[in-house]
Design a protein around this ligand. Structure first.
Ligand code: AMP
Length: 138
């Protein structure tokens, strides 16, 4: 499947769609997932038009993973999370719904179940407060 320039993350990168951004550098962007599975659910994407892990440039992937590592540490502190789960889905069969490569950062703690994937839109004021908590740690 060819990369779709109109996918929602491409629009966020072009500034055509809003996002609760927490971090950005030349290669990558991190922002809040609008349908979080847990509080603090954050996404990191490369700025490159890349659909999934299979067609990612390894150098871009390296830069993106450096951002994942940095943002994951900030999320861990911001949400006082004993555990951080990373997730990354490739292909519809794996559950991928947005076809621009992205990494999910999910704070986890014992007894806190995750909500269903990409179902329930969060309150935007709350998302902005969560984004600020993470920014404060970066
Ligand atoms: P995946 O199923 O791995 O492709 O994940 C896509 C993720 O993007 C889901 O967790 C959605 O909740 C999230 N998502 C969809 N649209 C937006 C958006 N406009 N801003 C932030 N996150 C989004």
């Amino acid at each position: 499947m060819a990369y779709d320039n109109d996918n929602i993350f491409a629009k966020i990168l072009r500034g055509e769609a809003p996002a609760f951004k927490v971090f950005e550098d030349d290669y990558s962007l991190a922002f809040m997932d609008v349908m979080p599975q847990v509080e603090g659910h954050t996404l990191v994407i490369p700025k490159d038009p890349t659909e999934n892990i299979h067609n990612a440039d390894p150098v871009i992937l390296g830069h993106t993973m450096a951002t994942v590592q940095r943002v994951a540490a900030a999320v861990k502190t911001a949400f006082d999370a004993p555990g951080i789960m990373l997730a990354q889905l490739n292909g519809e069969a794996a559950g991928q719904t947005v076809f621009h490569l992205h990494f999910h950062i999910l704070p986890r703690r014992e007894g806190l179940e995750m909500l269903l994937h990409a179902r329930q839109m969060a309150d935007f004021d709350l998302l902005e407060r969560h984004a600020q908590l993470i920014r404060d740690q970066l």
